[in-house]
Design a binder for this molecule. Structure first.
Ligand code: NAG
Ligand code: NAG
Ligand code: NAG
Ligand code: NAG
Ligand code: NAG
Length: 624
């Protein structure tokens, strides 16, 4: 086999001789990247198109470029693009290709991370919820045939659409990551990595940079790397010489690269909001850039986990299940709402020593619309509501949410109990409310094992909601015990399985299904989980101005602003108290502002639409 630098050089010559003057390659002799033949250091920031309202993409990218970043990095979440098997979706905020075109127009290079596993604190780490139901013996992130066939089918759709966006073909994409921190996966299946690499090469060609990303540890790099890929490391601090020396052992020459440098950190419900010092961040960045390293900052701008896109930490049996907050602010230099923080300006000052910086767009305006009274409408179990926004089915034994072909939201299992007895409910994910004849009996948390309760005859409703699927890839995510939502174990009545359930599926993706017919009622009864509240004010919703929904006083559930699902609220657990409602969510008919809340734990009389974001409220981990 030819030494790699010769192959690279040959390809470079081929590219030049074929008329293209664009190339992006690793120079294995001079230990650098070369763009169009010139030495190149990328200064990149992670920013996920799907976590940012589309009308704001340009603003955020200009702020990235303004701070002296020349490259943007993004994951591509498979589950967002193929929510139903065989039905691809690249619309709206999911329009990856328009994002790439915009980067190209703004002269920003792109690093892509197509997974298929992305982690990223994202719902199910980017895997579609239908994937584990494909086969009982499926094994994620390995060369197991059913898994691999599905991945290759998805890549067979995705990768050809990326070809025109590659740098040497005139686009902005300078490289793609193969898998994602694969060395942290104990499976350590090199055949799998090689198969993915072959597919990338077969479709994308030989010229594009393919790279890996792993933590700076020998064990991780041994498993996560391949000799034919450019192998990089990720870290937030420590001894950079030691980290890059280790990286060098896995490449035959080439530049030092930190593909995930952390200026902040991820956040969980019930845990204090994490903060990272701006001085430490700026100094470490400076040190790496002075060293000649190419760096990607994860995250430059985190954005939001709108709707049900937040994931959860969860290990074996999900016993340490810790769901992520709706905000993906990350304590990043650009805040969730796209504001420049002091960390931003510190980083811009560092970057300006290594390349050009540009004018920075202003913060978008924020508005306090004030208080919105929230009136009780009815229950999610109301037939009128179900007819509009849900569907009904039947299960012999209660099936999980996924087996009922739903991903998140709410599922209700209903059964008429004919005689007195003892009900035993095993694991439910992630929280169940047991109602008998419309009265709350008990709440079961996901952490509890079997709950028993005596019943008298009546109509039993078990309302279950999902807090998001695990995104931790070092466990068997495909194991039903780790991912399934809803009722996941047999329900017993006097020790016999209770069969033949009526099931109501309520995905609650948006409120556009809901036509508010009937009288708004005042709450003349005790609060019940799954209550719908509506608030409306006669003010023009300004699509150029952001606001925040302050959920202080409420318990746990989901908030809708106009038709849009802002995501989960859980101020009882904290620390996030406000949800980001970007101006573009105002929508077409914007002469009124409408807020819907589906609440499961504790209602309050109103919400406040404020100009202040509060992600640092008190926390109460016992709520989980
Ligand atoms: C950092 O690592 C390098 C290479 O392993 C070593 O020579 C150096 O002493 C380390 N520096 C510190 C401050 O530990
Ligand atoms: C932009 O917003 C951030 C965070 O909300 C704030 O700290 C900063 O002062 C704002 N910048 C300007 C120029 O108003
Ligand atoms: C819970 O009940 C199920 C049957 O529904 C049984 O298989 C399981 O062993 C029980 N678990 C515990 C911890 O008691
Ligand atoms: C369901 O909602 C409709 C419309 O508000 C109302 O007329 C009806 O009484 C409700 N049904 C129940 C069972 O509360
Ligand atoms: C919404 O409101 C603004 C005024 O704030 C107005 O200029 C705009 O035309 C309205 N309609 C739409 C669809 O944005």
């Amino acid at each position: 086999m030819l030494p790699r630098y010769l192959i690279t050089t040959t390809l470079l010559l081929l590219a030049l001789s074929s008329g293209s003057d664009r190339s992006f390659v690793v120079d294995h002799e001079s230990n650098c990247f070369r763009k169009d033949g010139q030495k190149y250091q990328f200064i990149s920031g992670s920013m996920h198109y799907y976590r940012i309202p589309r009308p704001y993409w340009k603003d955020r990218l200009l702020k990235l470029k303004g701070a002296g970043f020349n490259t943007v990095q993004t994951y591509i979440p498979w589950n967002l693009h193929e929510p139903v098997k065989g039905q691809l979706d690249f619309s709206g905020r999911k329009d990856l290709f328009s994002y790439l075109k915009l980067c190209s127009e703004l002269e920003i290079l792109v690093l892509l991370r197509p997974g298929p596993f992305i982690a990223a604190e994202f719902e199910f780490g980017g895997f579609p919820s239908w994937l584990p139901t494909e086969s009982k013996t499926i094994s994620f992130r390995s060369s197991e045939p059913v898994y691999l066939k599905n991945v290759l089918t998805w890549y067979g759709e995705l990768l050809p659409m990326l070809v025109e966006h590659l740098y040497h073909n005139g686009g902005p994409v300078i490289g793609l990551q193969v898998e994602n921190e694969y060395g942290s996966n104990p499976a350590c299946d090199k055949v799998y990595l090689e198969t993915l690499t072959k597919q990338f090469r077969d479709i994308l060609g030989q010229e594009i940079l393919l790279y890996t990303v792993d933590g700076p540890g020998k064990g991780m790099l041994d498993c996560g790397t391949l000799p034919e890929l450019y192998n990089t490391v990720d870290f937030g601090g420590g001894n950079i010489t030691a980290h890059f020396d280790l990286q060098a052992q896995y490449n035959s020459g080439g530049p030092p690269v930190n593909t995930e440098f952390y200026p902040g950190w991820l956040s969980h419900w019930g845990h204090k909001f994490p903060s990272k010092s701006r001085t430490a961040t700026a100094n470490k960045l400076d040190e790496m850039l002075a060293y000649g390293a190419s760096v990607n900052m994860y995250m430059f701008h985190g954005g939001s986990n709108f709707a049900y896109t937040s994931g959860a930490k969860g290990n074996k049996d999900a016993t340490d299940f810790e769901p992520h907050t709706t905000s993906y602010d990350y304590d990043a230099p650009l805040s969730e709402a796209g504001d420049t923080t002091m960390k931003y300006w510190d980083i811009r000052a560092v970057n300006s020593k290594y390349g050009p910086v540009y004018d920075v767009p202003k913060n978008t305006t924020k508005k306090s619309y004030g208080m919105v009274d929230m009136k009780y409408w009815g229950s999610v179990l109301n037939d009128t509501f179900i007819r509009q926004c849900g569907s009904k089915t039947q299960n012999v034994r209660p099936l999980s949410l996924e087996e009922n072909k739903q991903t998140n939201g709410v599922i209700v299992y209903t059964k008429v109990i004919a005689k007195p007895g003892t009900l035993t409910v095993g694991k439910v994910r992630d929280r169940a409310y047991l109602l008998l004849d419309g009265k709350l009996l008990i709440t079961i948390k996901g952490s509890s094992s079997n709950s028993s309760i005596g019943l008298v005859p009546g109509k039993l409703d078990i309302i279950v909601l999902s807090d998001g699927h695990i995104n931790t890839g070092h466990v068997h995510m495909e194991n039903p015990r780790n991912y399934m939502k809803g009722i996941t174990e047999p329900v017993l009545y006097d020790s016999e399985p209770l069969l033949n359930w009526d099931v109501t599926l309520l995905p609650l993706e948006s409120m556009s299904c809901f036509q508010n017919v009937g009288q708004e009622r005042s709450l003349d009864q005790q609060f019940l989980p799954g209550s719908i509240y509506i608030g409306q004010i006669a003010k023009t919703c300004d699509p150029t101005t952001d606001t925040f929904v302050d959920t202080t006083g409420w318990g746990k559930g989901v908030v809708f602003f106009q038709d849009q699902n802002l995501g989960r609220h859980w101020p009882l657990a904290g620390p996030q108290l406000t949800l980001y409602a970007p101006g573009p969510f105002c929508g077409e008919s914007n002469s009124t502002i409408t807020v819907h809340i589906v609440e499961f734990e504790q209602p309050a009389g109103h919400v406040i639409l404020t100009d202040q974001h509060n992600l640092r409220g008190p926390v109460d981990h016992s709520q989980l």
